[in-house]
Design a protein around this ligand. Structure first.
Ligand code: 4NP
Length: 147
């Protein structure tokens, strides 16, 4: 299973989802590929936001080695699932899909709700960490039974 996590900046939400799922996958001994990207390119090459690094560290995870990159249409070929954090991400990634197969790979990370953008609210990092971790655990169960 190859899963790409996508948000707007690829510095706050998707790096957390990337790091948490990668950690769980490794713990379970699954040979999955996990990555993340942003629909916007403002932070390309940068580390995750210091608040995401700090909240991950609080829960025992080091995501400081990640490097921000922009979503690219080649990601449709590289990944089985493209999981996006909100409806803006959904619209932006869907706009780049070139066929039905690519469209079918894209879905909301939380299925029918969004992970809100925490960029302008420091207090959101802990709650979104909890939401993302819970969903990552579910994803392992969901996809592990399909492969
Ligand atoms: P993210 O948060 O999409 O969760 O990484 C944001 C990070 C940066 C910006 C917006 C959202 N920005 O506008 O630079």
């Amino acid at each position: 299973m190859k899963i790409l996590m996508v948000c707007l900046g690829n510095i706050c939400r998707s790096p957390l989802a990337h790091g948490i799922l990668e950690h769980l996958v490794r713990q379970k001994g699954l040979n999955w590929e996990i990555d993340s990207a942003g629909t916007g390119g403002w932070h390309v090459g940068q580390q995750p936001d210091s608040r995401s690094i700090a909240i991950a560290k609080k829960y025992g995870l080091d995501i400081s080695g990640q490097s921000c990159r922009k979503f690219d249409t080649s990601d449709f070929e590289r990944f089985d699932q493209i999981l996006v954090m909100d409806y803006n991400n959904l619209n932006d990634v869907k706009a780049l899909a070139r066929n039905e197969e690519e469209h079918n790979k894209i879905s909301l990370f939380l299925k029918d709700s969004i992970v809100p953008d925490p960029y302008h609210d420091d207090d959101q990092f802990d709650p979104i960490y909890q939401i993302i971790e819970k969903r990552c655990k579910e994803l392992i169960e969901e996809f592990a039974s399909t492969i």
